[in-house]
Ligand binder design. Sequence first.
Ligand SMILES: [Zn+2]
Length: 273
Amino acid sequence: MLIDTHAHVNFNAFKNDGEEVIKRALADNVWLVNVGSQYSTSARAVKIAQQRERGVYAAIGMHPIHLGSEKFQTSVDKNEEVEFETREEEFSREKYEALISHPKTVAVGEIGLDYYHNISNKEQQKKLFLEQINLAAEHQKPIIVHCRDAHNDVLEILEEKQKEYGNRLRGVVHSFSGRLAQAERYVKLGFYLGFNGIITFARDYDKVISNVDLGNLLTETDCPYLTPVPFRGKRNEPLYVKYVVEKLAEIKNLPVEKISEATFENARELFNI
Ligand SMILES: [Zn+2]
């Protein structure tokens, strides 16, 4: 069994064939967590999860880029330049609270800080992050953290909040992009680090992966983005999480089965599924 702990089959990129994409994944023993980025995509993640007894779960939350409406251009490499537009949202605790109580909702996310896309509203981002950390801890749910160019601030917030909540504050730093010293601070907090297709075409995280215990790693795709080799240039989907597992096995010099078993168990433990 494998698990894609960070998928967006709830996004418009899968509007026409999301159902088929999920069927393909489940048929190949791949479970998935669809992650929301604002209210509409969070509600859709819950709706999709409701349709199946097991194997498909939801995370609900408001990503910091939805604090404003803007057009962004993000580029991973020449094979992937993504343009997207965000719709501004005002965070409503009541609305997210209605989604969090659904039995298939396994986490609050994706939430966090993104200074890469917008550095002008740091304080607003921190406030939004804190509100959702509180929401998660009060409902005993882990968090899925998005962090771009902001690891020191994210760490400071989590270290401070863990003094208050203890091990009720748990989670994963998805698409981990920090250095080894930062990885170690997350691990010390009991957090997991999520890796995706980036590790199949960039060598920046080999050192982190080699040094961090397998017990702290999670697998993800972040589909439709970050498609792994050998499908660069095409739309990503949960099925392709197997290429991430294979790469982790290669970097850690361990059998593929050992990586799949451990990362699947890690995810079940964190998300209580
Ligand atoms: Zn994502």
